[in-house]
Design a protein around this ligand. Structure first.
Ligand SMILES: Cc1ncc(COP(=O)(O)O)c(C=O)c1O
Length: 458
């Protein structure tokens, strides 16, 4: 048996219809190596990593500094418990995270993945409210289409019918407010315009902020925290919010003593242009969840950074049971923390954010041609995230039937041109590693364009 046979025989893949995966016509791509922006398959073929290995990778694969940091750490120790002990790399990483997030006097709680970082955030908020004597503040508010991971708490804060429908009876209730994404906003009176980002041409009265204010007023003293992915909602289809929403929403929460929980699992570490998306607006969260890019895309380490106010609610005599009784075996993993420190160092030594300014311009150039295709409804970009929404009808924004899987077909076609990326429904997306050259960025958009032409010829 070769690796693909072993996979077919023994593996169950995430977010995958396994009947299709295991059908005789499907030959899985078996990745065996990577370098920079390139992923190499077992059959020798090379692909561009167009979604940074599901939004995790930052500086490229086999980045020398990160490889070395992991090797050096391996020569000392791979892992030791964070329960009742600490380790030097995790402690140093915590200090750096407090500094880069700008959460004054903040504290860092480590876990493993985006979902666990969010799960910890939700439990912290809930318990802190009780311990502060605010027992009535039990309701989380979160955005339509929001996605925060697949654990039960993270799903409860999410509103993704496709992913969460089957689990509804397991979830706790949260108050959903409309997503402020402009392209399909029912309050945006502007007609679709080719070449124009719906955020820039929108005609509205900030109804999204109005709806949030209504929810906050209705909930009153029951509102605990507003949970959202700032500026870009990833799994909802790279929905992009107009500049100013976050600031207005944060102010509305602040006025009413409602905490702001930001999920920067996807947007963090330079993806949107600034280190964190909230840094594009005058906002500092009470809690922020970090994962994916935290280790440069190498190892599963996540962090929930909290304000001192929330942390302090857990202090007390042991017998008061104010402890945060929550944790994971691999919390503070030394190899992962060493990788994260090395990744953060690259931001400084290489001036990654400055370099990304030029890369995102190049990406924008490549994306602009998609406007000429009649089935492209929207092309949107925020930093190093590009999204192309495919529609059946440009004027009405009508979608293709779900079952046609147009986005999937296009990405499958793009593979033949050397690009690996995964659509979200009919939204094609590119999220290149920051080490991508101008040529590689152009190749990515070209491959996607070829894929689009093959599935929907003009
Ligand atoms: C915004 C956001 N939050 C949370 C998660 C969950 O992260 P993980 O898959 O690491 O659990 C994701 C994953 O895509 C995400 O995009």
């Amino acid at each position: 048996m070769n690796s693909a046979d072993f996979d077919r025989e023994y593996v169950w893949h995430p977010f995958t219809q396994m009947r299709d995966w295991n059908s005789p016509g499907h030959a899985p791509i078996v990745i065996v190596e990577g370098h920079g922006t390139i992923l190499k398959a077992e059959d020798g073929r090379e692909y561009l990593d167009g979604n940074s290995s599901i939004w995790t990778n930052l500086h490229g694969h086999r980045r020398a500094e990160i490889d070395q940091a992991i090797r050096d750490q391996l020569d000392r120790i791979a892992h030791s418990s964070f329960l009742g002990l600490t380790n030097d790399v995790a402690a140093r990483l915590a200090r750096e995270l407090v500094e880069v997030t700008g959460i004054e006097d903040g504290k860092v709680f480590f876990s493993d993945d985006g979902a666990t970082a969010m799960e910890a955030a939700l439990k912290m908020v809930h318990q802190a409210r009780i311990q502060r004597g605010e027992k009535g503040r039990t309701t989380f508010i979160s955005l339509g289409g929001g996605y925060h991971g697949d654990t039960v708490g993270a799903m409860s804060a999410g509103h993704s019918p496709l992913f969460h429908q089957a689990y509804k009876p397991l979830l706790f209730e949260t108050r959903e407010v409309m997503s402020p994404a402009c392209y399909r906003c029912p309050y945006n009176r502007a007609k679709p315009e080719r070449g124009a980002d719906a955020r820039a041409t929108r005609q509205c009265n900030w109804e999204c902020v109005g709806k949030l204010n209504i929810a906050l007023d209705e909930l009153g003293e029951k509102a605990s925290a507003f949970v959202l992915e700032p500026r870009v909602q990833g799994a909802a289809g790279m929905l992009m919010h107009p500049a100013g929403y976050l600031e207005k929403a944060a102010a509305a929460c602040r006025e009413r003593g409602v905490w702001l929980v930001l999920d920067e699992v996807m947007t963090g570490f330079g993806r949107t242009g600034t280190m964190f998306a909230y840094q594009q607006e005058e906002v500092v969260p009470d809690l922020v969840a970090l994962a994916k890019g935290l280790t440069g895309g190498y190892l599963p380490v996540a962090a929930t950074v909290t304000s001192r106010e929330i942390f302090d609610a857990f202090l007390g005599d042991y017998s008061e049971l104010k402890t945060f009784f929550h944790g994971h075996s691999y919390t503070g993993n030394a190899l992962g923390c060493a990788a994260a420190l090395a990744s953060l160092k690259i931001f400084d030594s290489e001036k990654t954010l400055e370099g990304n300014q030029a890369r995102q311009k190049k990406l924008a150039e490549g994306l602009s041609r998609f406007w000429s295709h009649p089935n492209v409804g929207d092309v949107r970009q925020e930093g190093m995230i590009g999204a192309i929404e495919i529609v059946r009808n440009f004027t009405t924004r009508e979608r293709f039937p779900f079952g046609e899987r147009i986005g999937h077909q296009i990405c499958e076609a793009a593979r033949k041109h050397g690009l690996l990326t995964r659509p979200i429904g009919d939204v094609l997306m590119l999220m290149p590693p920051y080490c991508s050259t101008d040529e590689q960025l152009a190749q990515m958009t070209e491959a996607l364009w070829q894929g689009l032409q093959e599935v929907l010829p003009m």
